[in-house]
Ligand binder design. Structure first.
Ligand code: MG
Length: 383
């Protein structure tokens, strides 16, 4: 038998500043505990079983769902975020179950068609308080999931909800009570929430390179202008001079992900040592501690800029983007003009706040559902 090379890995024990399920700030509705899972494991399981989570499979990350079976969707993106976040959490001795729950839930509020859908819905909702996808993710787990007898939403722990609400306008923060407080007081969330946030960035920057190259919208030669990619690609080429393009890309992306994770772990460890938090409250009152090193931050920003200019603004992506925006806008306007077109459950919600109920309905749609709904409402040959 061939034994795997390398040293054995031992995860450090949970640190005093990790989020502890036993000391959670609790759920919005009191529930009896269980003996088989921690409260954060329960949260993760509730998220995995939610219908919003299943819908992530058919929501765009960059490429619209039907453009190809190999591209990332919001679901595979969320799984990659969870994997990266757990690796970082384990190494820093903080709560892996909590980072997993936050990672899996972080995009639940995303509209169909990625950022194009979110921008269009935000524009439609401008007169009615706007639309923010982070806030919508929280709304999904707090109110919109309908699975429990005793309450709306999933009734998650405060720490999970705190992590899901990554950003929030001050206006909305004032309305949110406990989870909104930190934005008003300029405090940090738990290390677990900070980790999920950075893992999101590591995941999308890297998988967008892979998907961009796979789609043919980006070329390897172009990527070689980006320091981070060029550095790792040249190591791969030296190690495997005859490697084909596809494996060169995958080996490079794999090494970049590992490099970024190691950089976050090492930098954050130093930051944590410098701040020396005694518990999670010290974490919340201290500076942000989960971070890239300064040099890598610059490189990661270069990569982000490159992807924005060359992939997200590529004319073929832009065409889909503009089509998606028209679909979302047309749906919103049609439902506003005649709320009687809404399915009955949503009509009931619309009685208390019509524009918000319409936004909730549209935000919950998958890409293909939105296209189908658009066809049902507008195609004259489809009566
Ligand atoms: Mg994300």
């Amino acid at each position: 038998m061939i034994r795997s090379a390398g040293q054995a890995f031992y995860a450090p024990a949970l640190t005093p500043y990790a989020a502890e399920p036993e000391r959670s700030a609790g759920r919005r509705y009191a529930e009896p505990g269980t003996t088989t899972r921690t409260e954060f494991q329960r949260d993760r399981d509730r998220i995995v079983h939610s219908s919003a989570f299943r819908r992530l499979e058919y929501k765009t990350q960059v490429f619209v769902n039907h453009e190809g079976d190999l591209f990332r969707t919001r679901l595979t993106h969320s799984l990659e975020v969870a994997q990266i976040a757990r690796s970082i959490a384990r190494n820093l001795g903080v709560n892996e179950d909590l980072v997993e729950a936050i990672s899996l839930a972080h995009d639940l509020g995303h509209t169909p068609f990625g950022h194009a859908g979110q921008d269009a819905l935000n524009a439609c909702m401008k007169p009615y308080g706007g639309f923010e996808h982070n806030l919508q993710s929280l709304r999904v787990v707090d109110e919109l999931e309908e699975r429990y007898g005793g309450f709306d939403g999933l009734n998650l722990c405060f720490e999970t909800r705190e992590g899901i609400l990554k950003h929030c306008s001050l206006k909305n923060a004032r309305k949110l009570g406990d989870v909104g407080q930190r934005f008003l007081l300029h405090r940090q969330p738990s290390l677990e929430a900070q980790i999920a946030n950075l893992a999101d960035e590591i995941a999308y920057n890297n998988h967008d390179i892979d998907d961009g190259l796979r789609s043919g919208l980006l070329q390897i030669e172009q990527m070689m202008e980006i320091g981070l990619f060029a550095h790792h690609a040249s190591i791969v080429q030296t190690e495997f001079p005859k490697i084909g393009d596809r494996r060169l890309i995958l080996e490079t992306v794999r090494r970049m992900i590992n490099f970024l994770i190691v950089d976050v772990i090492e930098t954050s460890r130093v930051n944590i040592e410098a701040s020396a938090p005694k518990d999670i409250e010290d974490v919340r009152g201290g500076p942000a501690m989960i971070a890239f090193s300064d040099g890598v931050r610059i490189e990661a920003d270069d990569l982000k800029r490159f992807l924005r200019d060359n992939l997200y603004r590529h004319y073929q992506v832009q065409r889909m983007t503009s089509k998606a925006q028209r679909i979302v806008k047309a749906l919103f306007e049609a439902f506003c003009a005649d709320p009687g077109l809404l399915p009955s459950g949503h009509q009931a919600r619309a009685q208390s706040d019509q524009p918000r109920a319409i936004a909730d309905y549209i935000a919950g749609m998958t890409d293909r559902y939105a296209m189908r709904e658009h066809r049902r409402l507008f195609a004259v040959d489809d009566l």
